[in-house]
Design a binder for this molecule. Structure first.
Ligand SMILES: *Cc1c(COP(=O)(O)O)cnc(C)c1O
Length: 429
């Protein structure tokens, strides 16, 4: 007689009081099938589920856990801040320190405002761009995710260069008719769009290293064209670096590509696992924010002292000498090891990485667009995911999400992952 699996019983219980049993859809394992693991604790590169099963964690809370889970310095900073009070609704010096760090480290940010989620950051950046330019229309790219604000839950319209349609029920078409959705890494389409609508475009928003359609890197030409067109037409260039900021390298994707955004959205890593996000950029643009200007934005828990303590201590750790070299080297070892294992097993597979972010593709070639990533073998990924999960390796539960390595993923952890993958690939035929 077998005992009930604790993950199964927690999932059944969760579904009674929470829609789908989860507080964010991807956690439900809908894409890969099976029962989500309920996590009880995490440390370094690992977390443990309700059954006491340990996993090597490659989602790192979808990015924030860059220094490893429950890092002693971060935990200590959080405990000390908590003991001084949880929230004041009045300014603190820690918020200044956080703003100073962000302005110093991210090339294009002169002023910044702290918020509590990436969704808030991009939504506010969009409002700022529209307020500052007095224009309504925006451009986004298929496959990029920018949080769940109404005007960003949009897919391409029926024809080329037609405005978009909602991807979620409850989003009025009136809200999305100002959003033009273009193909990622297609500079010509961007040229055509600006030729048609340039003087009406408030902003272009992009993930400069895309991590929400698996990992897809922008080509330099794509980002350079975007920068030039925005400058020429007086549109605001928004880099959504909520995921790639402090993940692909210290100054984010903009430092990597050497391109200045006008506004940047940050999140994930800058909160170190607690809710901190931010948007910032050129001071002349940021002056449009209330209380100075007419663009309204506010938050009861914005710049929360406990969350900021986690963020500040995380940002301190990532500035230790060699941090990103090490992170990048470990991620490279992982993707090279996985690629070699797949090749030995004669599986059509490739992998790519940037800093501490990686992509795994059951495809012949590394994809460069949403359409090409969607054409990868999802069914093979799903089987691979479950084989790896059974072997104690937790990958993102979807073929269309990026993966994340932490600085605590040492050589032994990477080797154990590759060993598990060898066994998994062998069973995939
Ligand atoms: C995660 C993410 C967001 C949304 O952030 P939340 O904190 O989940 O609201 C926005 N943009 C990008 C690129 C992201 O990866």
């Amino acid at each position: 007689m077998t005992m009930t699996n604790k993950n199964d019983s927690l999932f059944s219980r969760a579904q009674k009081t929470t829609p789908g049993g989860v507080n964010s859809p991807v956690r439900a394992f809908r894409s890969v099938g099976g029962t989500p693991r309920f996590i009880t604790r995490a440390e370094g590169p690992y977390f443990w589920d309700a059954e006491g099963q340990r996993y090597i964690d490659y989602i790192g809370s979808w990015g924030p856990a860059i220094v490893g889970h429950a890092h002693p310095a971060v935990v200590k900073a959080v405990q000390e801040a908590a003991a001084r009070g949880l929230s004041f609704g009045a300014p603190t010096e820690a918020e200044i320190l956080m703003a100073e760090e962000i302005c110093r480290l991210v090339p294009s940010i002169e002023q910044v405002r702290l918020v509590s989620s990436g969704t808030e950051a991009t939504m506010s950046a969009l409002r700022l761009a529209r307020g500052a330019t007095k224009r309504d229309k925006i451009i986004k790219f298929e496959g990029c995710y920018h949080g769940h604000a109404d005007s960003l839950l949009v897919k391409a319209g029926s024809g080329l260069l037609t405005f978009g349609n909602p991807t979620s029920a409850g989003v009025p078409e009136d809200f999305t008719k100002h959003t033009l959705v273009l193909d990622y890494n297609d500079p010509q389409q961007l040229e055509d769009a600006f030729k048609a609508y340039g003087t009406e475009i408030a902003c272009v928003i992009v993930e400069p290293v895309a991590g929400n359609m698996n990992l897809i890197k922008a080509t330099p030409e794509f980002l350079q064209t975007m920068r030039r067109l925005c400058t020429d037409y007086g549109s605001v260039l928004i880099f959504d670096e909520v995921m790639c900021g402090f993940r692909v390298g210290l100054g984010g994707a903009q430092a990597l590509y050497g391109i200045q955004a006008d506004i940047t959205a940050l999140g994930k890593v800058i909160g170190g696992g607690l809710p901190v996000a931010a948007f910032g950029g050129r001071a002349d643009l940021m002056q449009h924010m209330a209380p100075l200007g007419g663009v309204y934005q506010a938050g009861t828990l914005s710049g929360n002292p406990v969350a900021v303590a986690a963020g500040l201590s995380t940002l301190k750790l990532v500035q230790e000498p060699g941090f990103y070299q090490h992170l990048s080297a470990q991620t490279t070892k992982l993707v090279e090891g996985l690629s070699a294992a797949a090749k030995a097993a004669n599986i059509s597979f490739c992998a790519d990485s940037q800093g501490g972010m990686f992509g795994l593709y059951f495809a012949q070639e590394i994809p460069g667009s949403y359409a090409s990533v969607m054409a990868s073998d999802k069914e093979k990924f799903n089987r691979f995911f479950h084989l790896m999960l059974d072997a104690g390796v937790y990958l993102a539960p979807s073929a269309f999400e990026a993966g994340f390595v932490s600085a605590q993923h040492d050589d032994a952890v990477i080797a154990a992952t590759i060993e598990a993958a060898k066994q998994a690939f062998a069973q995939l035929h």
